[in-house]
Design a protein around this ligand. Structure first.
Ligand code: UD1
Length: 423
């Protein structure tokens, strides 16, 4: 298994280009199942999760061609097949095929996703929404067995869970509703940019969707969707991660090809800590050097502070003087990185969804274990400022969501390398 070795102490300088959004590409690839003609997606990131979603579509008889930063999907021969546990356990977003399968084939058998390193992640809202559209859904032997022999019908529904809206449920139900008979209204819909991008993609194929980006989405069913070409939106979490990297190393970094309007809370919190930020079109410049104010962060559904940036901020706050707090209201158990950061000399106490971070002067390098995608990125960030050489193990977690992180960081001047298996 690959490792990443990073030697701390270099202030990052230069420009980093942001890739297309992983969390938009995955539902959009699933949504392409609804099109009877070929679809070309551009600006797709070169990531393991994209390859996994391609494999899921191929199980369903769909032709998928991955070529550099584009994905060609031809769902002409889309046919029912089981999506097994072995695939879904690798990537929970595999359940995105449920809605399109019901819409076009009237049946689906998809493994239930299990637990996950960041805590319990139920899919009850996906099921609630699809049932509201008339699907018959049974959960048996670890599988979701769904059918809608007479077709789906538009309905009004509230998709609110105990922690607010759900990105996955909103996208899944929206995809199913696009070809349902009549009107669907989703209340308490997730407002994340990835939901909007999925809606924009579907609209480009002829779907009739209004209100994506607000908490009420209205969908008028259509009989069929066309093919077409669509450019995936920039990855706001990758952009946010490089902004934190620039700030915490006391560097001067231009994060380009991104959507600053999707990063407002992240920019605001970095400024509150003391970073200097400026926005010019699709570029955000960050300068660190004076991170001296402890802050309180609370993760919330968009447009609130993203849970997917929580771990990276925790790494940064580990060396900001004073006491900061990070509360994750979306995934209260998402603090596995804390134990590893403490092994690097941080002073963080996580309890009941709140991390209390007492800033220390310096982190010291250590071998650390990546546990999930964003936590792994947080450990690489910690390595950038730690004294000595940090080895991050289980790098495959990072490869799921960050395109060539070691190349992008090293182009900014970081001392970082990937040690591949066998070296
Ligand atoms: C997506 C992102 C993930 C991000 C998360 C929250 C992808 C592939 N992943 O995950 O990176 O951390 O949004 O921004 O896009 N919930 C329920 N019942 C459900 C579904 C969700 O209670 O049926 C809860 C979850 O446990 C969580 C909250 O709702 O507390 C939000 O989850 P959700 O938005 O669905 O996350 P994902 O779509 O799985």
């Amino acid at each position: 298994m690959d490792q990443i070795r990073v030697t701390g102490g270099k202030a990052l300088r230069g420009e980093v280009k942001i890739s297309g959004s992983k969390n938009a590409t995955l539902p959009i690839m699933a949504a392409a199942l609804l099109a009877e003609k070929p679809v070309t997606l551009t600006n797709t990131p070169l990531l393991q999760d994209v390859r996994t979603m391609a494999a899921v579509l191929q199980i369903l008889g769909v032709k998928v061609t991955l070529k550099d930063r584009s994905v060609l999907i031809d769902a002409k021969d889309f046919s029912a097949a089981e999506i097994p546990y072995d695939v879904v356990r690798k990537m929970r977003a595999s359940v995105y095929v449920l809605g399109p399968m019901l819409a076009r084939l009237g049946q689906a058998r998809v493994s239930l996703p299990g637990g996950c390193a960041i805590g319990p992640r139920p899919i009850d809202l996906h099921i609630k929404g699809l049932r509201a559209l008339g699907a018959d859904i049974q959960l048996e032997h670890g599988y979701i067995e769904a059918s809608a022999r007479k077709g789906l019908r538009g309905a009004e529904m509230w998709l609110e869970g105990p922690n607010g809206s759900s990105v996955g449920a909103t996208c899944n139900v929206m995809m199913a509703a696009v070809m349902a008979k009549g009107t669907t209204v989703i209340h308490a819909a997730a407002r994340e940019p990835e939901v909007c991008d999925t809606a924009e993609f579907l609209k480009s194929l002829g779907a009739r969707i209004e209100g994506a980006g607000s908490s009420t989405i209205t969908i008028e069913g259509v009989d069929r969707l066309d093919g077409g070409k669509y450019r995936v939106v920039a990855d706001r979490i990758e952009a946010g991660t490089y902004l934190v990297a620039g700030a915490m190393t006391g560097g001067d970094v231009k994060v380009s090809d991104c959507r600053p309007d999707h990063l407002e809370t992240v920019i605001e919190k970095l400024a509150e800590v003391g970073a200097d930020l400026s926005v010019d079109g699709t570029t955000i410049r960050v300068r660190g050097g004076n991170l001296s104010h402890p802050i309180a962060i609370r993760t919330l559904p968009y447009p609130g502070f993203p849970t997917d940036m929580q771990a990276q901020f925790t790494s940064m706050l580990a060396v900001v003087p004073g006491t900061s707090t990070v509360t994750d209201t979306i995934y209260p158990d998402r603090f596995i990185h804390v134990a590893e950061l403490n092994r690097m000399g941080a002073d963080i106490h996580a309890h009941a969804g709140v991390a209390t971070i007492k800033g220390v002067k310096l982190l010291s390098a250590a071998p650390v274990m990546a546990s999930d995608l964003r936590a792994s990125a947080a450990l690489v960030l910690a390595g950038l400022i730690a004294k000595g050489t940090t080895t991050v193990l289980r790098v495959y977690h990072i490869d799921r969501g960050y395109e060539s992180i070691e190349k992008k960081l090293s182009a900014l001047g970081a001392q970082i390398e990937r040690i591949s298996k066998g070296q």
